[in-house]
Ligand binder design. Structure first.
Ligand code: FES
Length: 513
């Protein structure tokens, strides 16, 4: 990488005033005692890969039903998206019920989805109350709101009520701005996700820092050992095996941002804006969590998401400092319903839970209940709705349209990799400010360059190791992100988010640059 003809494609500018850290939950939860990494051989009936909410719930529900299970976590329990969620447990998922009722099946799909979500809510309550888990579980109403389109919420109210959901349209909210309409769902809930997860984890057999590096004939190979299992559950946020299943053809990822505002008002309820520039609000003890600025992963070249959110917060809630700022990543399915069921028709002993869209807590529980039932040979009322192999999933409302859009994005990003970068002078590169990134051509190779706080220039390969799309710089996270399926890497090339399974080649360039 060492030469010196520079061509630059993108330089991000703009002041950065917020430095994201971990989430409020990560900061406020005492670290759990470390579980050992697997050394040697183990045998179990069900091996669950992934120690986030979906994986832990699946293992716990299986154990509760008397079925042996073991969890293999590549890092630490709850270290992925479960530690970054806004932790709302709700059946209210945007404008989904009206859309699902457009499906030509007499309302069966919408009814199954509503039942799955309401059951998930009730199951959280059952487990938390039954086990006496101290996790700030609180039931309260959830509202959708709009400043533009009340008719959409009125239509959603009608759809939700027809499914028996506790929905009511209103103009009365506790928001600090006027709305044109709001849709209230009663008896929804929120909690502290890591406290809950760690309480359940105590009852489970778990190996941390134990990535699965090979899976063959009921044997899961890890760096230090091997597990023999009759069944395998993939609960890894994004299913990391490309084949079978081909999940990369039907999932994309999106990012969103959250601020914890100290001494923010307790609005008493949760809110989620359905307009394109809507925000989300939820109380969390002394804090108000304020979220928004969503975008597809890999499409944040300009940056400024945290600053945009902070500007809005300072207008809406003046005098409430930002104590924590973080972001989360969600897997999005084309039809808005998670994938939970058999991983592939070719591998009936493999199961998957993924694609929770923006509703990871509710979706994780619904998926875990379903996987428990499938593994135990029980009937489940939402199995067909959630099955990744359900016939006609692509015919569901908006599914084909969203899938086409995802495919075009992937083609565009893959094609961009083949184009040379724009020209820039070496002096321009030397002037690259600290904390900013650039795409440059060096000795025929397109590289991602980043100037760190000490002035060093880090170079990484720009080809995503998943399937070869070109990465883009994300100035808010100082990461290299893939627009195709959402893999992410630090500026030193370390893998942050899957489906990629390896990091990027990384070098620090000589000082003269
Ligand atoms: Fe699939 Fe990058 S995540 S090509």
């Amino acid at each position: 990488m060492g030469g010196i003809k520079i061509n630059a494609e993108q330089i991000q500018t703009g002041p950065k005033t917020i430095n994201p850290q971990g989430s409020l939950w990560q900061a406020k939860t005492n670290p759990a005692p470390l579980r050992p990494a697997l050394q040697g051989r183990e045998k179990t009936r069900t091996a669950v890969i992934g120690g986030g909410m979906a994986g832990i719930l699946t293992a716990w529900l299986l154990k509760e039903a008397g079925e042996e299970a073991l969890v293999l976590e590549a890092a630490e329990i709850g270290s992925g998206q479960t530690g970054r969620t806004t932790a709302k447990i709700t059946s209210q998922h945007g404008l989904i019920y009206g859309r699902l009722l457009e499906n030509k099946d007499g309302g069966g799909l919408a009814a199954a989805y509503a039942a799955a979500n309401q059951t998930a809510l009730a199951e959280y309550r059952r487990i938390i109350e039954g086990r006496g888990i101290q996790c700030g579980f609180r039931q309260l109403p959830a509202y959708l709101y709009t400043r533009e389109n009340p008719e959409a919420l009125q239509a959603e109210e009608k759809a939700a009520r027809s499914l028996g959901l506790p929905a009511a349209f209103t103009l009365d909210t506790s928001l600090p701005f006027p709305v044109m309409g709001a849709l209230r769902f009663d008896e929804q809930a929120l909690f502290q996700p890591l406290d809950f997860l760690r309480a359940l984890s105590k009852e489970l057999r778990i190996y941390e820092h134990t990535p699965v590096i090979k899976l063959e004939d009921g044997q899961l190979t890890t760096p230090g050992g091997l597990v023999e299992a009759k069944q395998v559950v993939f609960a890894t946020h994004y299913p990391f095996l490309n084949r079978p299943g081909y999940y990369f053809t039907r999932l994309h990822q999106e990012r969103s941002y959250v601020l914890a505002l100290k001494n923010g008002p307790d609005l008493g309820v949760m809110y989620y804006g359905v307009d394109a520039d809507g925000y989300s609000f939820r109380p969390a003890g002394d804090y108000l969590l304020f979220g928004g600025e969503n975008h597809r992963t890999g499409e944040n070249r300009e940056g400024g998401r945290y600053e945009g959110l902070a500007r809005a917060a300072s207008q809406l809630f003046p005098g409430c400092p930002v104590d924590y700022a973080w972001s989360a990543q969600d897997c999005m399915t084309p039809d808005g319903i998670p994938y939970a069921g058999r991983y592939s028709e070719d591998r009936p002993e493999w199961y998957v839970a993924s694609g929770f869209n923006k509703w990871g807590m509710t979706g994780s529980m619904a998926a875990a209940l379903l996987l428990r039932d499938l593994i135990l040979g029980r009937e489940n009322p939402w199995a067909a709705a959630f099955s990744p192999q359900a016939p006609g999933r692509l015919l569901r409302p908006q599914a084909a349209e969203n899938l086409l859009s995802d495919g075009l994005k992937a083609v565009e990003s893959f094609g961009r990799r083949l184009l040379p970068a724009q020209a820039a002078e070496p002096a321009e590169l030397r002037a690259l400010p600290q904390g900013q990134g650039i795409i440059s051509q060096i000795q025929g190779e397109k590289l991602g360059l980043y100037r760190d706080e000490a002035g060093r220039l880090h170079a990484v390969g720009l080809t995503c190791p998943h399937l070869g799309c070109q990465l883009t710089f994300n100035p808010d996270e100082k990461s290299w992100d893939c627009p195709c399926h959402g893999s992410r890497f630090t500026y030193t090339g370390q893998l942050i988010d899957n489906p990629a399974q390896e990091g990027l080649h990384h070098e620090i360039l000589p000082r003269r640059q």
